[in-house]
Ligand binder design. Structure first.
Ligand code: ZN
Length: 299
C-alpha cells in the first residue's frame, strides 16, 4: 500500500477548501451505505468512515486520506439530516485515518484520539522496513481532545482504548449503542493481511489481544466496522482470533528456538490460510520483527 506524504495531501485539500471549490479530477467517488438509523458507512476515501448524524452535529470515525478530504466532506454534507461535523475520531495516527484533521481542525471540530496518537502525529515518522516517511501534522490538525482509557459523548456514543497494541499503541474503538455498531479501525481487518506497524507499537500478540477486546466490547449482534474491507460479524472476529492465535503461537515457538524472521517466513506458518488470505510473507516478516521489538525493547 502506498502512503504518499501527509503534507502534500493536506496542502492540496486545504487549498481546494480555501478556494471554495472541490478538485474533482483527483477525487474518487465516495460510496454511502446506511448501517442503521442516523448511521452511515462512507467508503472510498482511503479507509471506512463511519458518520453519525444527529441534532448535536455529525460525528465521524476517521477521515480518510487528505487528498480525499474534500470529496468526503461533500459526501457527509449530502447525508440525510446532515449538519456540520462537530466531532472527529482518529482510530490511530495513519494517514488513511487523519487526512481530514487539518480541514476540520481549522473550523473548530473536536478531534478525539488516544494520547499516543497525538504524540505520533507531533513527530515525523520513518518506517525502518521500507523507508516510508510520514511528516508530522501541524498543530491545528493534531487531535485536540485526547484520553487514556475511555470516554463518552453526550449522545451516548462511547469510545475506549484498545490497549493491546493491535495495530499501533494508540488504537481506539467507537461504539454506537443505539445502532449496536462498533468501529474498530485497523484493530480488525476486513480484507487481506494487516499492516503490523511495530515501529509505533503494534505487534502480533496485540492483534490477538485486540480481537479479544473487540469481542468483549461487542455482542453477538454487533456490526463491527474495520478500517478496511466489509463490515464484520461477531463470528468473523472469532474466526480471525483463531487464525491469528494459531500464527502467533507458531511464531513464538520459532522465536524461542532462535529462528530469524527470514526463517520464520520460509517455514510458512500461515500456509492453511493463504488460499483465503493471499501471500502472507510481508505480514509474517513484520509479525516476527514485532515479537523482537515487543519482547526486547532495548535491543
Ligand atoms: Zn492503519
Amino acid at each position: 500500500m502506498l502512503f504518499p506524504t501527509r503534507r502534500t495531501f493536506l496542502t492540496a485539500a486545504t487549498a481546494s477548501l480555501a478556494a471554495g471549490r472541490y478538485v474533482s479530477a483527483q477525487n474518487p467517488p465516495i460510496s454511502t451505505t446506511k448501517l442503521d438509523e442516523n448511521l452511515y458507512l462512507l467508503g472510498g476515501s482511503g479507509c471506512n468512515v463511519v458518520a453519525h448524524t444527529g441534532s448535536d452535529g455529525v460525528v465521524l470515525v476517521d477521515g480518510g486520506l487528505a487528498q480525499n478530504a474534500a470529496a468526503l466532506a461533500q459526501a457527509v454534507a449530502a447525508l440525510p439530516n446532515s449538519s456540520p461535523v462537530r466531532t472527529l475520531f482518529n482510530t490511530h495516527w495513519h494517514p488513511e485515518q487523519t487526512g481530514s484533521n487539518q480541514a476540520l481542525g481549522m473550523v473548530g471540530v473536536t478531534i478525539i484520539a488516544h494520547e499516543n496518537t497525538r504524540l505520533w502525529l507531533q513527530q515525523t515518522i520513518t518506517w525502518p522496513w521500507n523507508g516510508q516517511k510520514f511528516q508530522k501534522l501541524p498543530k491545528i490538525a493534531q487531535p485536540n481532545k485526547t484520553f487514556y482509557d475511555k470516554g463518552a459523548l453526550d449522545s451516548g456514543i462511547r469510545y475506549g482504548y484498545i490497549s493491546d497494541a493491535a495495530h499501533t499503541d494508540g488504537d481506539l474503538y467507537v461504539y454506537f449503542p443505539q445502532q449496536n455498531v462498533l468501529a474498530v479501525g485497523d484493530a480488525a481487518y476486513g480484507k487481506g493481511w494487516p499492516v503490523v506497524d511495530w515501529w509505533t507499537g503494534g505487534w502480533i500478540g496485540g492483534i490477538v489481544g485486540g480481537l479479544q477486546r473487540v469481542q468483549s466490547v461487542a455482542n453477538k449482534d454487533t456490526k463491527i466496522v474495520p478500517a478496511q474491507g466489509p463490515v464484520l460479524s461477531f463470528s468473523d472476529i472469532a474466526a480471525q482470533l483463531e487464525m491469528y492465535g494459531t500464527i502467533y503461537d507458531r511464531l513464538n515457538q520459532m522465536l524461542n528456538k532462535g529462528h530469524s524472521p527470514t526463517e520464520g517466513v520460509a517455514a510458512k506458518p500461515a500456509k492453511e490460510f493463504e488460499a483465503k488470505m493471499g501471500n502472507p510473507d510481508e505480514f509474517i516478516r513484520r509479525s516476527f520483527e514485532s515479537l523482537w521489538a515487543y519482547l526486547s525493547p532495548d535491543a
